[in-house]
Design a protein around this ligand. Structure first.
Ligand code: ASP
Ligand code: MG
Length: 493
């Protein structure tokens, strides 16, 4: 072999080096017009990348599906039928609009036929639930995935009709998960294998897979979902499994912001945040990403962009492994649908540490996530913040695990305070910056807002502050101003 002959890179590697996964959220898929915009974005990007597209259901469709299942459980057939009608009409209307041209007739026919078949599938599941009078978790997951299957079939047919090779792929064929219905976790090795088998041949052929977000299946094929908002997570699972170059998440806002723009005026879009910061922001209530999205990407360092499909020319926010220079406080988030649970031993008989261990164990078993945990020393009392919708499950788990202690009065009655809100200040640059926490607390106190509980881990990435609910919004304002978040991030644009 002469010195000028290069060994050709095998096709598989070549394709794999350049995969871009793009995810379109519910509003970005919300109507025929929005799907046209998505298709334009896809058409632009396919010139530079091998694409994999992941889609959410059209906006509000998952809520409609859940509502349908609830009515079915309650035996309300009329409500079920009305919802099925709404679902069918919404997708038929979008399909007819998207594929109205005479040249698209063949695709229109196929797409609308699929829509009818998918709605019939839901009808079948709803009938089963009507008869049973209950909603088995796997049937719920099977039904919920229909929203994404409907949107993916519409977009794939529209792309095809526009001369772009594409095919709808059911996420349950490529994302393999455990059997935690409603909140499943991926099994990455198996998922990688499936992606190689199912997606790679399509990509190599130049066909864009339009994969349903949100759903997966167990190894033995039982349908699962990844939790509400889980399409982001699907996209990151696929990006990791395919070793993608980047993941772009298309939403309806300009990127990750310094605060919720509905609460604070003058917020800035952050040009860059780290995985750790983005994950903290998501966990603490910023509605930017499904909180589990970043985990699969961290190890491989796959960058994520959060972009606005309503303003695709804007750069958006890039989520990266690390910054070269520290960037201080990045953002302040808030959450109002939370409750503070307080526990305290009645006397010294019960060790506080043991009580905490038992409480945490009970909460883990009850699948309750703790947002903030705080304890004070001498009286061994402690409190933790959870989501409001977890309160019943939390109390049941705690009372079952500590029934004897409660009955014998070793433990004071468990207190629940729902009149609270969480504010979180996030930024890698807070580490080792003295005086920052002081400034944040002072800003809140200046507004005469009482701080109820505080938590800061030793990573110094987030300070969680629990305040009275009626002071939450003012507290967010005060901290955003104090840390000059709008200005600092804004000036870098
Ligand atoms: N459609 C699902 C939901 O609404 C998943 C998603 O949109 O990310 O929760
Ligand atoms: Mg979403």
């Amino acid at each position: 072999m002469g010195p000028f002959q290069l060994t050709p890179t095998p096709l598989k590697e070549c394709v794999l080096n350049n995969v871009l996964v793009m995810k379109f959220g519910g509003t970005s898929m919300g109507s025929a017009d929005r799907m046209r915009v998505a298709a334009t974005i896809i058409s632009d990007q396919r010139k530079q990348h091998a694409l994999v597209v992941v889609v959410s259901a059209m906006s509000k469709v998952t809520d409609l599906l859940l509502d349908t299942l609830r009515h079915a459980e309650l035996g309300d057939r009329a409500a079920v039928d009305a919802n099925l009608r709404t679902l069918l009409d919404r997708h038929l209307t979008a399909g007819e609009d998207l594929l109205a041209q005479a040249t698209a007739a063949k695709f229109r026919e196929a797409a609308l036929e699929n829509v009818h078949a998918l709605v019939s599938e839901l009808h079948r599941i709803a009938n089963g639930i009507l008869m049973l009078g209950e909603r088995p978790p796997r049937s719920v997951d099977e039904a919920l995935a229909i929203g994404e299957r409907l949107s993916s079939t519409l977009l794939a047919h529209y792309l095809e009709a526009s001369g772009i090779n594409a095919t709808a792929v059911n996420g349950s064929d490529v994302v393999i998960t455990d059997a935690v219905f409603g909140n499943a976790s991926p099994q990455m090795n198996l998922t990688e294998e499936r992606c190689q088998q199912r997606l790679l041949p399509l990509i190599q052929r130049g066909t864009i897979p339009v994969v349903t977000g949100f759903n997966g299946a167990t190894t033995d094929g039982r349908p699962t979902t990844l939790g509400r908002g889980g399409s982001d997570f699907s996209a990151s699972i696929l990006a990791a499994a395919l070793n993608a170059q980047e993941l772009w998440i298309w939403t309806d806002v300009d990127g990750i912001m310094t605060a919720d723009p509905r609460l604070v005026s003058g917020v800035a879009v952050l040009d860059e945040v780290t995985y750790a910061e983005a994950a903290e922001l998501a966990y603490n209530g910023a509605k930017i990403l499904h909180p589990r999205t970043l985990a699969p990407l961290v190890e491989k360092g796959i960058p994520v962009w959060s972009k606005n499909s309503f303003a695709p020319e804007k750069p958006g926010t890039k989520i990266v492994s690390r910054f070269d220079e520290p960037k201080g406080v990045r953002a302040v988030t808030s959450m109002s649908n939370v409750a503070l649970i307080s526990m305290e031993p009645a006397n010294a008989v019960l060790s506080g540490t043991r009580l905490m261990a038992r409480a945490l164990d009970a909460l883990a078993l009850g699948n309750v996530e703790i947002l903030v945990f705080s304890s004070s020393s001498y009286r061994q009392s402690f409190c933790f913040l959870i989501r409001k919708h977890d309160v019943i499950a939390a109390l049941e788990a705690l009372e079952a695990n500590l029934s004897i202690e409660l009955a014998h009065g070793y433990l004071k009655p468990i207190e629940v305070d729902e009149n609270v809100g969480l504010l979180a200040v996030v930024g890698e640059g807070m580490r080792g910056t003295p005086g920052l926490a002081g400034r944040v607390f002072t800003a809140i106190s200046r507004e005469e807002i009482n701080i109820i509980a505080i938590a800061q881990g030793s990573s110094e990435l987030t300070i969680g502050i629990v305040v009275r609910l009626d002071g939450l919004e003012r507290a967010v304002h005060a901290v955003h101003d104090e840390c000059q978040l709008g200005q600092v991030a804004g000036s870098s644009r």
